[in-house]
Design a protein around this ligand. Structure first.
Ligand code: MLT
Length: 392
């Protein structure tokens, strides 16, 4: 059977490849510890699970969740309350919010709703592996915008050639940044809005790590003046409430883009199970303390990993966001070689920076979403089995 040409450009999804590698090793009896995917191992808050159970028992929720095309109004109102409380951002639930099956889906539907075949779309490099396929699927071409340590892993907007910016239809970016952990500043967000306005570029600001910051301000793109004129912010309940498996998120901001995403969605899926939306309301309204507690847990895990890395010779200032550490690889290794070495020596799985774009070469990504005991075990293996490294 033939398959579509468009799939030829798309590599297998990074975390599927890593999952296969983990499963094969487990079959061979290897005690693998994965610090690869960012998938919180800690449970969803109990009250959210209880809200799901209650709503799932109501036959009214067993029908298509299509009463409201953009997601349940009650869910969208909860999103608006959360954005108001956490980020000081005002949103109109009727025009500026659409419920999503996770923010990854939003990346894809944003492209379908906003980008034409043949368009150029800016995307940070390194960047989340979901962006480029979304761009390719609509027949557009990604243009990589490098983000580098010397600029705090923020794109230097003035270095984007003006002929490229003029033809760009959209820009995908995310801060707190996956994979680097970098955070944005208010100054950068203002610059981004001005850049988008002057070149008529639609911003897809993917912000699922908005809550996971250490000692710096939590920031929404939508808090920048004029942001709603130029783009949307995708967010998700996955990371703040340990709900990756539940698949629930939202796109917020520019009403035309939100409407375009809603139109794509109503012609693609039939919405999110209402019981999950009720559980989402519980999370958004009543779990701020839970999120703060999780961030504290990540802060402690991060310190532990950084301390082991320092013992082994690493000297670098880790950025202040996400539950990832983006660590430079020691002298003499590519990122893929170092991941393999770590796996062979310690049975610890990490993500190679090169999988995130050419500018990701020279780094590995370690995720902190693993139980305390397993993390301690991984770090102990590293301290016992690895030499002290040198860095370029
Ligand atoms: C990550 O590890 O980058 C994400 O959580 C996984 C994903 O979104 O596919």
């Amino acid at each position: 059977m033939h398959t579509a040409e468009r799939l030829k450009k798309v590599p297998p999804y990074l975390f599927m490849t890593l999952r296969n590698k983990i499963n094969e090793a487990k079959k061979r009896g290897v005690d693998v510890i994965s610090l690869a995917i960012g998938d919180p191992v800690d449970p969803t808050p109990e009250r959210v699970v209880a809200a799901l159970a209650k709503a799932a028992a109501d036959p009214e929720n067993h029908r298509y969740p299509t009463d409201e095309e953009w997601g349940m109004m009650a869910f969208r109102e909860a999103v608006a309350r959360w954005y108001g409380r956490r980020y000081g951002v005002g949103l109109d639930p009727a025009r500026e919010i659409v419920a999503l099956i996770g923010s990854k889906e939003g990346c894809h539907h944003f492209a379908l709703g906003v980008v034409n075949a043949g368009d150029t779309v800016l995307v940070t490099d390194p960047g989340y592996p979901g962006y480029k396929p979304s761009i390719w699927f609509v027949g557009a071409e990604p243009y990589p915008v490098p983000i580098r340590a010397e600029n705090g892993f923020l794109p230097s907007l003035s270095d984007i050639p003006s002929e490229v910016a003029r033809k760009a239809a959209a820009f995908y970016l995310n801060y707190p940044n996956n994979p680097t952990g970098a955070v944005a500043t208010r100054g950068f967000l203002d610059e981004l809005v001005a850049f988008a306005k002057s070149y008529d570029i639609a911003i897809c600001y993917d912000n699922p790590y908005s809550e996971v910051v250490f000692g710096v301000e939590r920031l929404s793109f939508l808090s920048a003046a004029g942001a709603k004129e130029v783009g949307v912010e995708l967010n998700s309940l996955s990371k703040p409430f340990n709900m990756t498996g539940w698949r629930i998120g939202m796109a917020c901001g520019n009403p035309d883009i939100v409407g375009a995403i809603a139109k794509v969605k109503s012609n693609t899926d039939s919405g999110i199970f209402n019981a999950i939306q009720y559980a989402g309301i519980e999370a958004l309204d009543n779990c701020d303390d839970f999120t703060e507690k999780m961030v504290e847990i990540y802060r402690m895990r991060r310190e532990k990993v950084l301390s082991t890395l320092r013992e082994l010779g690493w000297r670098y200032e880790a950025p202040k966001g996400t539950f990832y550490l983006w660590a430079p690889v020691p002298k003499g290794y590519t990122s893929a070689e170092f991941c393999e070495y770590l796996f062979e020596k310690c049975a610890v799985v990490s993500a190679p920076g090169s999988a995130y774009g050419v500018n990701g070469e020279g780094y590995i990504r370690l995720s902190l979403t693993v139980e305390e005991k397993r993390l301690e075990e991984a770090l102990q293996r590293m301290r016992e089995r690895l030499p002290k490294f040198e860095f370029a």
